[in-house]
Write a protein that binds this ligand. Sequence first.
Ligand code: CA
Length: 494
Amino acid sequence: MILYKNTKAIFLATSLLVLSCTNKPKKVAQAAPEVTTETKQPNILLVLCDDLGYSDVGFNGSQDIRTPELDKLAGAGTMFTSAYVAHPFCGPSRAALLTGRYPHTIGSQFNLAANGKSTGQGISTNEQFIAKTLQESGYYTGAIGKWHLGATQEFHPNQRGFADFYGFLAGGHNYFPEQYRTQYEKQKKANKKVIRDYILPLEHNGKEVKETEYLTDAFSREASRFVKEASSKKKPFFLYLAYNAPHVPLEAKEEDLEKFADIKDKDRRTYAAMVYAVDRGVGAIVNTLKETNQLKNTLIIFLSDNGGNTDHGATNFPLHGRKGDTWEGGYRVPMFMYWPEHITKGEKNNYPINSLDLYPTLAHIGKAELPSNKILNGKNVWESILANEDPHAKETLFAMRHREGYTDVSARKNEWKALKVSRQPWKLFKITEDISEENDLSSTHPEILKGLVGDAEQWSKTHVEPLWFDPTYLQKIWKDSTMATFNNTFSLPK
Ligand code: CA
């Protein structure tokens, strides 16, 4: 955690996760030039997929889903095999990515409910998004695709540091405009008070647009449009390209489905085709970067917002669990970084990295000044990445999911991971040797378990009450089960 003006509560957190900028500098790999004052600010393209499984891309071992464009970039960059997001489902994970804070510490530990326009909720405006921080450092900024961080005016992407926004504000969307528009127009004609988010028209900077393309293609097209516009400005760009693919509904184009005729399962085949559409799109954007002579100076980061939904075509093999879990399958995601001449080519980085690290790391390479009161729960990992060293060797990384009346938690430090799920006793895994979380070592290493559970309990003291609940009936369960004080979540057998 990087602290600028600390408070007592935050200090507590600092002693856990932390790392301030006073850590001694790490050695930097010789081949990889450090970002120095002479290096100009790079363009940053952050590609986020929605519910993409750990091994559902070629570069992470998929046997049936082909992703040649992503694989090319991953192979020419560094792949992260132990990349974590800060929460195992959509909204809180995105809030963490863009604010640099664990969602539980800013009241956004639940998804924003559907029909956000009517509920009027969103991520606290006290939290400055990374887009705003980069914008203030001279970046031309854009967000394309899914938002899910607040649908009313004050929470709109244009208010959070994105000069350009094309996409939708809700948590998901149907993919074929000619199909969803018919439903939308019918409901509008019938004067339906609240129309389902998934069929609403897309927008460009607050203005309704009449999209005609398959959504993934539309977002790739808009990303290329943004990249072209950016090249005419005398500014670096930051583009947050948040595809809603391959999140449900499973809807794919015929031409993409044909590529996966060998996959028998219908859901898996459709899902594969949806991932392939993202791959095609990223390939097209890379071409635009080449054509506009910007590729060399562009850092491309690719990751998923959470684990794959195994009920709907995804696989997280060899990880246990799925979207929503504190098992690895819930929040360990496929990830790579590509930046020619900076990020090491063809390297595999097996150290834990967290999506919370992106805010301070991007601010560093974008030479941006952090707001004086900004609290960050991750750290600048740039030098560790270049040196292929563990950026979190002395820290514990957490995930926590509140369920109906109880809480699932995980705490990872170096090779160990403590896990609490489904009201069962805490388990302990040597995660570096047991990636599938099969051998519970809690009884042979009780002292290690105790340390990790203690870290998680201290961390939980930095949490605040949720600003909203999803589904809303959880509010009553939260109160009745005294979930704010975590019941017996952190108790261990005597
Ligand atoms: Ca998601």
